[in-house]
Ligand binder design. Structure first.
Ligand SMILES: Nc1ncnc2c1ncn2[C@@H]1O[C@H](COP(=O)(O)OP(=O)(O)OP(=O)(O)O)[C@@H](O)[C@H]1O
Length: 269
C-alpha cells in the first residue's frame, strides 16, 4: 500500500517496559438529549408553564459508558466487540476526544485519529481533491500529497469502474466513500488509529487489503482499535479484544479467549 514518509519504526518497549498509548481510567460518558417538555404545545399551555415556573424543555440522559478502565500499548491491535448499543462507538469517540467524559480520565500518547472524521471530506469536491485535503489536514506537505495521491486512489479502488476520482464525492456509493476515507487515513502512520466498522464496508478484496494495512500499521508500532461486528475481521486483525455490554467492560484479554465467551453470550448458551 501507500508508502508514506514515515519516521523510523518506533520501538514498542522502553527499558524493557511496554509503552502505554491510551489509558482509560474509570470513564463514564453520558449523552444529554434535549426535548420539549411533555404536555400541550399551545400558547396558553406555554404561558401556564411559564407562570408556574416549569421548564419548556426537558433533558433526558443516556448513561452510555459506565466506569470503563483499560490500558492500550504500542504495537497492539485491539478489537472492540459487543452487541448493538453496548457503547463501542461511544468509547472510541471519547478516546478520539470528540465526546466529553462525565467522570474519569482518558490519557493518550499523541493525537488519536478516528478513521474518516479527521479526514474532513467534502461531498462537493472530487475524490482527488478530498485526498489532497485529507492528507494536508493530517500534516503532510504539498509535495508528499502529490507523491501519494495516485497510490491512495489506487488503494481505494474507486477508479475500478470509471474515473470516479475526478467526480464529486456526492456521486459515490457509501462503500466507495468509506473506502476512500480508510485509504486516506491509512496513508499516514498514526500513533493511535481508531477504526469504526470501516473494514466491514467494501468488497472482499478491499477488506483483505485493509486488513493487511491494519497489520502493517501495528507493525509500525502504532496502536489500532477496531470496532466491528465481523468476528472474522477481529480474529484476523486483533490479538486482544475488549468486550463491552450495556456500557460496562465484560471481558478484556486475548481474542482467542474473549471471542468464544462473547459468542456463547450472543448465542444464549
Ligand atoms: N448521539 C447520541 N445521543 C444519545 N444517545 C446516544 C447517542 N449515540 C449513542 N447513544 C446511546 O448510547 C448507547 C451506546 O451507543 P453506541 O453507538 O456507542 O453503541 P455501539 O456498541 O457502537 O452500537 P452498534 O453496535 O449498534 O453500532 C446506546 O444506548 C445509544 O442509544
Amino acid at each position: 500500500m501507500v508508502e508514506t514518509p514515515r519516521e523510523t519504526v518506533a520501538s514498542t518497549t522502553l527499558g524493557g517496559e511496554r509503552i502505554p498509548t491510551v489509558i482509560v481510567d474509570d470513564v463514564h460518558v453520558v449523552y444529554k438529549i434535549h426535548g420539549r417538555a411533555s404536555g400541550s404545545s399551545s400558547p396558553v399551555a406555554g404561558l401556564r408553564r411559564m407562570l408556574s415556573g416549569q421548564p419548556a424543555t426537558q433533558v433526558k440522559t443516556v448513561h452510555a459508558i459506565k466506569g470503563i478502565s483499560f490500558t492500550a500499548y504500542r504495537g497492539e491491535a485491539i478489537g472492540l466487540i459487543g452487541t448493538n448499543g453496548s457503547g463501542k462507538s461511544t468509547i472510541l469517540r471519547a478516546v478520539a476526544g470528540l465526546l466529553p467524559v462525565q467522570q474519569g480520565h482518558i490519557y493518550t500518547l499523541g493525537q488519536p485519529s478516528l478513521l474518516g472524521v479527521n479526514a474532513a471530506l467534502m461531498n462537493t469536491l472530487s475524490g482527488e481533491r478530498n485526498v489532497a485535503l485529507g492528507c494536508l489536514a493530517m500534516g503532510m506537505s504539498p509535495e508528499q500529497v502529490r507523491q501519494l495521491t495516485p497510490e491512495i486512489i489506487e488503494f481505494s479502488g474507486i477508479d475500478q469502474r470509471g474515473e470516479f476520482s475526478t467526480l464529486p464525492m456526492s456521486t459515490y456509493s457509501s462503500g466507495m466513500a468509506a473506502r476512500l476515507r480508510f485509504s486516506i487515513a491509512a496513508a499516514k502512520k498514526h500513533d493511535v488509529l481508531l477504526i469504526d466498522e470501516a473494514l466491514a464496508t467494501g468488497d472482499a478484496r478491499f477488506r483483505k487489503r485493509s486488513e493487511a494495512r491494519v497489520k502493517q500499521l501495528r507493525a509500525e508500532a502504532g496502536t489500532v482499535f477496531l470496532v466491528s461486528h465481523s468476528i472474522g475481521s477481529i480474529r484476523d486483525t486483533c490479538e486482544r479484544s475488549i468486550w463491552l455490554e450495556g456500557g460496562v467492560l465484560k471481558m478484556d484479554g486475548p481474542t482467542d479467549e474473549v471471542v468464544p465467551e462473547y459468542e456463547k453470550f450472543v448465542n444464549g448458551k
